[in-house]
Design a protein around this ligand. Sequence first.
Ligand SMILES: NC(=O)c1ccc[n+]([C@@H]2O[C@H](COP(=O)([O-])OP(=O)(O)OC[C@H]3O[C@@H](n4cnc5c(N)ncnc54)[C@H](OP(=O)(O)O)[C@@H]3O)[C@@H](O)[C@H]2O)c1
Length: 323
Amino acid sequence: MRYVKLGSTGLDVSPLVLGCMSYGKPHRGNHTWTLDEEESRPFIRRAVEAGVNFFDTANVYSDGTSEEIVGRALGDFARRDEIVLATKVHGRMRPGPNGGGLSRKAILTEINHSLRRLGTDYVDLYQIHRWDPHTPIEETLEALHDVVKAGKARYIGASSMYAWQFSKALHVAERHGWTRFTTMQNHYNLLYREEEREMMPLCMDEGIGVIPWSPLARGKLTRDWDESSTRSETDEFGKTLYKDEDRVIVERVAEIAAERGIPRAQVALAWLAQQPGVTAPIVGATKAHHLDDALAALDVRLTEDELKRLDEPYTPRAVAGFA
Ligand SMILES: NC(=O)c1ccc[n+]([C@@H]2O[C@H](COP(=O)([O-])OP(=O)(O)OC[C@H]3O[C@@H](n4cnc5c(N)ncnc54)[C@H](OP(=O)(O)O)[C@@H]3O)[C@@H](O)[C@H]2O)c1
């Protein structure tokens, strides 16, 4: 495995992140398609053995059980000092007041719950899962800074939001001398490229590491448009993201994959890796070959002509994935 620096930090990360939203108790939370602990562990083990050192989960994934499964598996299969462990805060963990969001109280409570579930005394990257319009960003950033200063997180990051919000957060942190965001985890793939307007140029200008989520459009880019899977049929959030106008892009991926004799996933991941500013896609793997394809994609380099054929059919679309 070759490692790259995460944005402008000195941190070494694999250019591939294992997305751990796929691992969690299926009857907890709202992802009924997830793999339970015994089914999940081989994926985490295989990733570690292949040199992947970057793992992404969130407090809300399967109601905290993703963090528990990931924490135990990494404890068994990896050396903590080598691993870059990322989790997130914002989603609702309990009904009632202060059960979610980015208030000082929520952040200082949730980091402790995440650390307990992960079985570690620090995370490498603590990310805000969304922007919280009901909490001043100053309150959120100061609380995150305190989490870092308490030794509970090494770096902080953010996820899908408007570029003006992220720019404001970077500016506010700098003004107060607080820890600044190191990463942006955004929705970016061949079927959703609105991030190229503002967010990607902002991240490149500010030295932010970009780790796109759903790089395969939750499986849409890997199969014929009308084909479905257990996940695609039950993935309620995923159903809101992609539309019929995307079909032609999926067909182009299929054509290029057939010409090269490689799986479609490799073409879609190679395209993303070749986009300016991308550090590492966060892939979801639920079958053995998923991880193998993602690893093999690290060695695929698309030609100018192939990139052009993939780029051509994209049309501007409505902002999606912020909810
Ligand atoms: N920050 C956020 O708001 C946010 C949002 C979403 C995700 N995430 C993060 O991003 C990670 C990845 O998300 P994702 O699972 O949606 O990503 P993805 O990689 O776009 O989708 C994964 C799905 O694609 C299919 N797939 C993957 N590899 C394949 C291959 N080689 N060949 C054929 N099909 C393949 C599988 O679908 P089937 O199971 O249908 O076959 C798999 O479940 C999550 O685990 C999480 O860490 C973050």
